[in-house]
Ligand binder design. Sequence first.
Ligand code: SF4
Length: 200
Amino acid sequence: MTIRIHSRLEQSRVNGPGSRAVIWLQGCSLNCSGCWNPLSHSVDGGKAVEIDSVVQWVVDLVVNGRIHGLTISGGEPLEQAGALLALLQALRLRVPEISIGVFSGYTEYELARGAFLSRDGHLPSHLADLWRAIRQHLDFAVLGRFNIHRPSHQPLVTSQNQALLLLNDRHSFSDFSPQSVEFTIDSQGTTQITGFPILQ
Ligand code: SF4
């Protein structure tokens, strides 16, 4: 089984508590106002990657002591809900101790009612159950559309209409650092920029 990935980063300190890997999934139909990542919208972009290899990538980073968590962003992760659930289930078997968070443009209200688009063939009547199954593997979620006209300066929350939800007692709000931007330069000289430029 594969999951379509836009990009990934081995180590980040601005996408959730502590040192975390980040995976940006490919494909989003939401067209948020001022979206910061339009290249992640196409369903044909990015690259389809075997879930087993993604899991092994995360496991190796954990075993080598480089990360304690994983953040999944997009694109829109829930638009690959079946693959996302398979990824989370495999991770909870191999590295159950890691913190896992997700960014989604859908609200909790929409997700709980199955009112979202999943492109991997699930019946609309099954989507609420799919979200419930995904949710039980998550430690936190940032939910809601990005809206450039309603900026927020709260940790991980870039629009006032979005919400940071703690889904169990693993984290407290004080674990989340103020918004900041991070530049990563790898051994090949490739620079990756992530994080949250403060909007006025
Ligand atoms: S959900 Fe994310 S990727 Fe999709 S349009 Fe909104 S900001 Fe962009």
